[in-house]
Design a protein around this ligand. Structure first.
Ligand code: B12
Ligand code: SF4
Length: 435
């Protein structure tokens, strides 16, 4: 029998916290168009699509973000001691089951973005097993790429890592060259508050805590006129918010500036977001002006720490001076400092609490807001750690596992207070003000 129907599934999320921070299964959306070119009939079940007709009363903020539908679930034994609620986010199991049954696929492609989200992958397998007819079940994405042996043990018919470009069961190739990728296929969604988009895959830096260098040997760019076309197409369909998934959007600088002016030339008057931190070193005056002009809002910068010794260990992605210059450039281009967010890493090995606190106060003092990213060790990176179960590398579980609850609670509290003071235009002051 020849294969006709292919179902793409973005599974529900099992986590202590999850928020629709412009989250879309971009990998599956590219695959959808690759499959359609080969005349497959393709359908998508995105369990975390908040505008799904199943949900009612969905609220979003001004930027299109919002809470997922969730239900508390029992913690797996390895997480039992974590003093937080564990939840399942997304469409209920029976809804997913019915939709799979209705479509009756020949092949099912499941993705998984975070290594510790594998319980959703197991759930999809269980649902499929409970159905009469058994489609071919394939798993791909970041989880199987970083944790192949673990992923194999779940029992899918086959797993695909990033770089395994030939999909045997479907007779399709994921192009090696990002230029040859089709646009992401957003036709599966009736309503969209935003679209995720990327102009590139990979990053030229090699930060020891990050998986990107393990996923992509080098940075691969798409021709900017192609990305502009993709955005224009969606814009004409009424989508006016875009979130970039690039790891290194500003590199090279000239390409980014050309991109911004290209958007303007096409008359695209949308709002653009950068949920992944921007590289301060490349945020020149010209880049800041182009960003402002094109409609980039709430820019997010990567800094990680203001501690120079630690910065050296993190391979100098950016220096504090470069970061200060980037903030000045953004402010000169018209961004209010209180609308600029800065990623700081907390809970790194060899990072004591004093160093995190100092970073928070340093950054707060210049009047920009802090976004705290909790460190968790990622498989295959130089900072990988051996843990009894990948679930323990969940960023909300790992610091508990290391006995750092009190310290992390305090730095999170400090971040909230500092951000509040910035909103209220009150001087950030010193540590003793917060004790
Ligand atoms: C965009 C992004 C986000 C977005 C949302 C992503 C999403 N949809 O869930 C935001 C900004 C919200 C985010 C948040 C976080 N992220 Co993030 N994020 C990324 C990023 C940059 C890109 C992912 C992506 O969509 N890539 C583009 C698509 C096209 O690639 P893809 O999904 O791999 O798909 C390709 C292939 O895999 C294949 N494919 C995919 N599925 C399938 C299925 C089959 C069957 C087949 C054959 C093929 C296939 O097809 C595609 C074509 O090439 C990655 C890094 C990276 N460069 O991958 C980090 C990454 C996934 N994030 C990471 C982390 C740590 C986080 C945070 C925890 C950060 C923090 N400390 O706060 C949070 C957690 C969020 C939460 N709990 O809700 C880690 C993952 C860690 C882990 N243990 O797995 C990564 C790898 C970055 C890193 N630091 O190393 N993230
Ligand atoms: S600059 Fe960002 S994406 Fe690139 S390796 Fe470092 S942390 Fe990863």
């Amino acid at each position: 029998m020849s294969i006709k129907k292919v179902l793409l599934i973005n599974p529900p999320i099992y986590d202590f916290a999850a928020y629709d921070f412009w989250m879309k299964p971009l990998g599956l959306l590219y695959l959808s168009n690759i499959l359609k070119k080969k005349n497959y009939s393709v359908s998508l079940i995105d369990a975390t699509y908040r505008q799904d007709p199943f949900f009612s009363n969905v609220k979003s903020d001004d930027s299109g973000r919002g809470k997922f539908y969730s239900k508390e679930v029992e913690k797996p034994p390895v997480l039992r001691n974590i003093p937080r609620k564990y939840k399942r986010y997304g469409l209920p199991r029976n809804v997913i089951r019915e939709r799979i049954k209705d479509f009756s696929p020949d092949v099912v492609l499941v993705t998984c973005t975070m290594t510790y989200w594998y319980p959703g992958v197991i759930e999809v397998k269980e649902i499929i097993n409970s159905l009469g007819e058994k489609p071919t079940l394939l798993l791909g994405g970041i989880y199987p790429t970083l944790l192949s042996e673990h992923a194999k043990s779940i029992g899918y018919d086959r797993i695909y890592c990033i770089g395994d470009n030939w999909i045997d069961e479907l007779d399709i190739t994921i192009p090696e060259d990002f230029d040859l990728f089709p646009p992401p296929d957003y036709s599966h969604y009736d309503t969209l508050e935003y679209a995720a988009i990327t102009t590139s895959l990979g990053c030229p830096f090699r930060c020891p805590y990050c998986a990107t260098p393990q996923l992509y040997r080098e940075k691969k760019d798409k021709e900017i006129h192609q990305v502009i076309q993709e955005i224009e197409f969606l814009y004409k369909k009424g989508i006016h918010r875009f979130a970039f998934y690039d790891d290194a959007l500003l590199i090279p600088e000239d390409r980014f500036i050309e991109f911004c002016y290209g958007l303007k030339e096409k008359g695209i008057s949308a709002t653009f977001y950068t949920p992944n931190g921007l590289h301060s070193r490349f945020l020149s005056k010209k880049v800041a002006e182009a960003m402002m002009d094109a409609g980039f809002r709430e820019p997010r910068l990567s800094l990680e720490t203001t501690d120079e010794t630690l910065q050296k260990k993190l391979e100098f992605k950016t220096t504090y001076e470069e970061f200060l210059k980037a903030v000045d450039n953004l402010a000169d281009a018209g961004y209010s400092k209180s609308h600029i967010y800065v990623y700081l890493l907390a809970g790194l090995p060899e990072q004591d609490q004093g160093s995190i606190i100092k970073s928070i106060l340093d950054v707060g003092t210049i009047g920009v807001k802090i976004s705290l990213a909790e460190f968790s060790p990622i498989p295959k990176t130089p900072m990988e750690q051996s843990v009894p179960d990948p679930l323990l590398t969940n960023n909300s579980a790992y610091y508990h596992y290391r006995g750092l609850d009190k310290e992390m609670e305090f730095v999170k509290h400090l971040t909230l207070c500092v951000n509040k003071r910035i909103d209220l235009n009150i001087p950030v002051g010193k540590l003793s003000d917060y004790l």
